[in-house]
Design a protein around this ligand. Sequence first.
Ligand code: NAP
Length: 300
Amino acid sequence: MSFKHVALLGLGLIASSISLALKRNGSEIKITGFSRSKETRHRANKIGFCEVFESIKDCVSGADLIILCVPVGAMADTMSVAAPYLSKGAIVTDVGSVKAHIIREINPRIPKGVSFVPAHPIAGTENSGPEAGFASLFDGRWCILTPTSETSIYATLKVKDFWQSLGATVQEMDADHHDLVLSVTSHAPHLIAFTMVGVADEFAQVTKSEVINYSAAGFRDFTRLAASDPIMWRDIFVNNKDAALEILGRFTEELFRLQSAIRRKDGEFLQKYFERTRELRRNIIEAGQDTSEPNFGRKS
Ligand code: NAP
């Protein structure tokens, strides 16, 4: 590990997982952390995955890697507060789920002599907070770096090395392309889950909670996604509007095609469609991105 002191700004699921993964490696690296609320600082302190500070200034002082682990909408303000206290030669990176917006916001706030490497680990759960983290979160998962033409190649290589040491496989990508791809694979599925659970919630009032009591695996999978952190998801949609609307437009068109096939009782169309989607699931399993066990290996 080529870094000596990592500073985590934000102490939730992603920050605590980074710290636990570093410690799992037996690394001697110094890890400091900051969270805006006393309560989260107290909880992080109790777990003991890093040295917790009450100010951003003390947290980043002397750090050679600073990782922004706050919601996308809070990155810019956090960066502004940290900027005056960064050491020359330090590298700033982030874990935000959208990239083009973050690059626009963070680049102008980076002081002279400091580099910024935008990054997004494609790993997470529906749980938040410091207790939600675990050391193996990034094992075998992708971490996408979206350096621009201004990004230092040296800093990019160091951040790449950092994520590989946490178990991730690193890929570089253009930021706009990242935002479109993630809209398909993550953002739109979450929005559909939020919508479906919202529909069920309204329906629940009519069926006197039957949708909850008799919830089948399909609906339970939606509820898992729909339980994700509301602030994180608010910020993702507000700050990746164009890509989200593009994918939702395509989703709506597909939904109408399926709706029409159902109305026409076009079984052949539906079967072919579902065979194609089943194939995609197979490809994800073959790529090692999910388990092949029924019901994701859950007991019930
Ligand atoms: P989390 O568990 O909810 O933790 C959020 C942290 O950010 C907490 O320390 C919280 O501080 C702080 N925070 C919240 N609002 C803030 C604000 N307005 N100003 C300053 N600090 C604020 O979040 P997470 O899941 O680790 O996500 C962190 C980042 O990782 C996000 O940018 C997200 O897009 C990205 N990401 C998440 C996932 C995922 O599945 N969760 C996956 C990949 C990337 P307090 O608790 O003190 O309020």
